[in-house]
Design a protein around this ligand. Structure first.
Ligand SMILES: [Mg+2]
Length: 381
């Protein structure tokens, strides 16, 4: 069996899918994307595909080595995401060839269901109580929120108070038996993070995510030591070598993205690395159905898994949502806030190819917003 064809599809709301087909007609799907830079990743996939055409799709580890290292220059979001999507597609093919779900190929399931959380509040949090109530009524046991919009380089007393007020409002709706995770997108800076983490501690967040930017990882040990709030990071880290320092810094939760950090192969290894540090896996996934399916396969096979992000109804999903490109929504039909394990081969989903091809003809030009402080200078989004 040989890889005969690699195609990419730029589909709303902001995703890129890849389809890998073998000469005997087995098809695997992947989601190689960097949000806001999808066309750039598409170019990277086209170039990397040269290494795959004519090759045996089942030599996943060898392909991963060549795709990540064979170009001499390596790493970074674009190349690592291109590899990630192709890797997902190869695992999907392997599952179909062996007649097994990917979690079985990774060593077999360690759990029967995977806890997922929903997003509330959007980029600049509003309508929080209402949205949390909706999620609780839908059965979710955890939500995640941005607690701050654009924030001054050192937050004002009013900005800090607003953060605490928002999280307190969510905690009040959730009660003590459910969880809230708080994402800062690196908007705080270390000085503000120390202050805000101390104030959030009594509200018992599940974790606080990206309190500082990924390039300021050297500040994490101080933040870990400063208080009891579990810290999470990793959506902007792309491989084991980048997770090692944050693990030694003492973060409680690592958040590699199945579509950014080298795919199923590398996230499975990052999870094992995290296990040796007593850290938990909570894959980042504000993306589409293929990325989520890959995340769930890893979650079913990972002992030190905590919780899974998913994008149903997320604020980014305009014009299309998680279910727009799958034939059967069952894998993403959450029961009591959990995805239930299935035994379908590969990634466990059936992609609606006709819908994908039609959507690619529309395409998208999604870009991250660029924020400004009141003085006109750049602000972190
Ligand atoms: Mg995040």
């Amino acid at each position: 069996m040989k890889i005969a064809r690699v195609e990419t599809f730029l589909v709303p709301p902001r995703w890129l899918f890849c389809r890998v087909e073998t000469d005997d007609g087995v098809v695997g799907w992947g989601e190689p994307v960097v949000e806001g830079r999808a066309e750039v990743v598409r170019g990277a996939v086209d170039v990397l595909a040269e290494h795959l055409l004519g090759q045996d799709p089942l030599r996943i580890q060898d392909h991963w080595q060549v795709l990540t290292k064979g170009g001499f220059y390596r790493g970074g979001p674009v190349l690592s995401s291109a590899v990630a999507g192709l890797d997902q597609a190869l695992w999907d093919i392997a599952g179909q060839v062996y007649g097994a779900p990917v979690h079985a190929l990774l060593g077999g399931p360690v759990r029967d269901r995977v806890r997922v959380y929903s997003w509330v509040g959007g980029d600049e949090p509003g309508r929080l109580r209402e949205q949390v109530t909706e999620q609780v009524e839908a059965g979710f046991t955890a939500v995640k929120m941005n607690a701050a919009g654009a924030t001054s380089p050192i937050a004002t007393a009013a900005e800090t108070a607003a953060v605490v007020e928002r999280v307190a409002a969510v905690r009040e709706v959730l009660g003590p038996g459910r969880d809230v995770a708080v994402d800062f997108h690196g908007r705080l800076g270390a000085a503000t993070a120390r202050r805000v983490l101390a104030e959030l501690a009594p509200l018992h967040p599940l974790f606080v995510e990206e309190p500082v930017l990924p390039e300021h990882g050297h500040l994490l040990p101080g933040l870990v030591a400063a208080g009891p709030v579990p810290l999470a990071t990793g959506e902007r880290l792309y491989g084991r070598a980048e997770f090692l320092p944050v693990l030694t810094a003492g973060v409680a939760v690592v958040q590699p993205d199945l579509s950014h950090a080298g795919g199923i192969s590398e996230v499975h290894r990052i999870a094992s690395l995290a296990e040796t540090y007593g850290a938990l896996l909570a894959p980042h996934c504000p993306l589409g159905p293929i990325s989520l399916a890959a995340s769930l396969q890893v979650a079913f096979a990972t002992p030190n898994f905590l919780i899974q992000e998913q994008s149903r109804g997320i604020h980014y999903n305009k014009d299309a949502d998680l279910l727009s490109y799958v034939v059967d929504p069952t894998p993403f039909r959450f029961v009591d806030g959990h995805a239930v394990r299935g035994d379908a081969p590969g990634l466990g989903i059936t992609v609606d190819e006709k819908a994908v091809r039609a959507a690619d003809r529309r395409g998208h030009t999604w870009r991250n917003p660029v924020w400004r402080h009141p003085d006109g200078s750049f602000a972190e989004w």
